[in-house]
Design a binder for this molecule. Structure first.
Ligand code: CA
Length: 238
């Protein structure tokens, strides 16, 4: 991911944090615009689009969640990735935020290095997703990343958001083995309130729902999980 020239809008009412974020991002090669409230940013969006928006959850004029929902429900802005800044550590807020379409979260206080790593990860993801919004694993196993839908044999699966996100992560790099801690990072960031074994439960449920395609999600003993169709080839060989 090339940081140079990517434009980021930063909406944060705490002046010191806003300045710090902008300074660090600029020195990392990004171009930034700062806003202390949401409305001026929303107005500017009518004529100018950034590559990403960093959005504080608690703003004086609007709730960050509401801003995010507004952005994600408008066709003109829904593809702009949103990274939420939140002082709340409540897991419920995070789940809710993801449902409103935020692409990731950073919980205050944070290291700017961590923030930049997250931004780069979002760009990698959005580059990938803009190329591949719909993944046809096979002709009857289709994942629509925009709509958060998974279709198997013409039927839409009833996946939880967590199950979908796990599938999203694993299919990003087929063959790549993710350990439980990486999966947790992807799902919840630094707030590892859930224990690693919880992942096993989500994966078990996900596999159950995938039915005939369950074999695509492999447990690599002692390491983690992988999305791979190798087993299918093995079966064919047998
Ligand atoms: Ca704030």
């Amino acid at each position: 991911m090339e940081a140079k020239g990517k434009k980021i809008f930063v909406v944060e009412d705490e002046k010191d944090i806003l300045e710090l974020i902008r300074m660090k991002l600029e020195s990392a090669g990004f171009v930034t615009k700062g806003f202390k409230t949401a409305l001026p940013m929303l107005n500017l969006l009518k004529i100018e689009h950034p590559d990403l928006i960093i959005l504080d959850l608690m703003l004086p004029d609007m709730d960050g969640m509401e801003v995010c929902q507004k952005l994600k429900s408008d066709k003109a802005t829904q593809k702009i990735p949103v990274l939420m800044l939140t002082a709340r550590t409540d897991l419920e807020d995070k789940i809710q935020g993801l449902e409103y379409g935020a692409d990731d979260y950073v919980t205050k206080p944070f290291e700017t290095r961590e923030l930049i790593a997250r931004i780069k990860a979002i760009f990698r993801r959005s580059d990938w997703e803009s190329n591949k919004n719909v993944l046809s694993v096979t002709k009857d196993f289709i994942i629509d990343f925009n709509r958060y839908e998974v279709w198997v044999k013409g039927k839409r699966l009833d996946l939880t958001l967590t199950e979908f996100k796990i599938l999203q992560l694993l299919t990003k790099r087929p063959g790549w083995v993710y350990n439980r801690s990486q999966i947790l990072d992807y799902l919840w960031g630094n707030d590892k309130i859930v224990i690693e074994r919880t992942i096993d439960v989500h994966i078990r449920n996900l596999r159950e729902k995938l039915g005939d395609y369950a074999y695509l999600i492999k447990n690599i003993r002692g390491v983690g999980y992988q999305f791979s169709d190798e087993g299918k080839n093995d079966l064919k060989k047998d």
